[in-house]
Write a protein that binds this ligand. Sequence first.
Ligand SMILES: [Mg+2]
Length: 238
Amino acid sequence: MRLFLFDIDGTLITARGAGRAAFNRALVEVFGTVGPAEAGYDFRGRTDLRILQDLMAAAGFSDEEIAARREACFAAYARELAVVIGDGSRVQILPGVPALVRALAARDDALVGLLTGNVEAGARIKLAATGLWPLFQVGAFGSDDIDRRRLPAIACDRARVVTRREFPFDRVVIIGDTPLDVDCARACGARAIAVATGFYPYDELEGCGPDLIFKDFADVPDVVARLTDAGEHGGPTP
Ligand SMILES: [Mg+2]
């Protein structure tokens, strides 16, 4: 059995800046500043805990001050995100995604989950209107650890609880749209699948050396075939 772990932003959906807008509102409410957010901080592929830590450390807050206000900040973020997302019409599902996730979730030899830098509440709010949330049986979130590289082990633990089966990392497939998603897979020995529907162009992602790369997931039968066969043959499908 294989565990397929999907990133959210740029991989399943685009929320068209809703997350960033809500995060900035929460920072202003709780810390009185957005820090250097507008001066080019790279949010892409980072966990929400990492973003909070980096931005507020750069704004002069101590680790203790940041930790003390963390819970209030993410509570404000979830509240603001729900407002910004509204009825969900702002959330755009990327090509092929609903059919791909459903096709994998329907297989006996697959478990489908999330591996995302979003805090769990944020992930839930972003996916709520898509109807996809119930298809993900496990998740590892940006609220579980500041370091994305530690999230696969958390997802595997949860998958073991759900299925009572072991998921060694060579049975884990990590799917995302940034070099940090590829890095996260490489760091634990999982298969790395990149998709260029998010924040990075195809060529730049290809340069990170993923096992497979897709322009998008529009051709669902092809994507399912390549995702489920690749591991059996020991290498990327040409
Ligand atoms: Mg992403």
